[in-house]
Design a protein around this ligand. Structure first.
Ligand code: AMP
Length: 125
């Protein structure tokens, strides 16, 4: 399946420095920053610097270096935010069913409070 990347999406603008962000960690291939509308005391978004729409796009087309860097960055954020002991959740929404709002791959790291069960009852939103 072809992936069409919209370079006007808000995370592309963050990567180009066109809009501000609160950076937690930046590496060669990855940027981690705080979600503007946090849903937990810790809510960090981790994105690759490359133009990937979603997780399967990244898994298929990213280089090994990008994939390693992305995953290690997620692990480092968990450590930096002291989430190991209390636990945390990683989420990556994709496409329509996943209710992905920003079409640039991102992993949410959420923690700092009990997060409830994994999925709310489906109501179509
Ligand atoms: P998703 O629904 O998985 O695509 O999540 C997109 C996330 O991006 C949401 O949690 C938003 O709160 C977050 N978001 C949107 N705009 C910004 C922004 N300018 N800076 C940081 N986070 C943002």
């Amino acid at each position: 399946m072809p992936y069409t990347y919209d370079d006007q999406n808000i995370f592309a603008k963050i990567l180009r420095g066109e809009i501000p962000n609160t950076t937690v960690l930046e590496t060669e291939h990855t940027l981690a920053f705080r979600d503007l509308y946090p849903q937990a005391p810790v809510h960090v978004l981790v994105i690759p610097k490359g133009a990937y729409v979603c997780y399967d796009h990244f898994a298929r087309d990213a280089s090994d270096a990008e994939i390693v860097d992305f995953n290690r960055t997620i692990g480092r954020i968990v450590e930096m935010e002291s989430l190991q002991e209390g636990g945390y959740r990683t989420i990556s929404n994709a496409g329509q069913a996943g209710v992905q709002e920003v079409p640039h791959l991102h992993v949410h790291i959420l923690g700092g409070r009990p997060l409830g069960r994994m999925l709310a009852p489906a109501d179509g939103t």
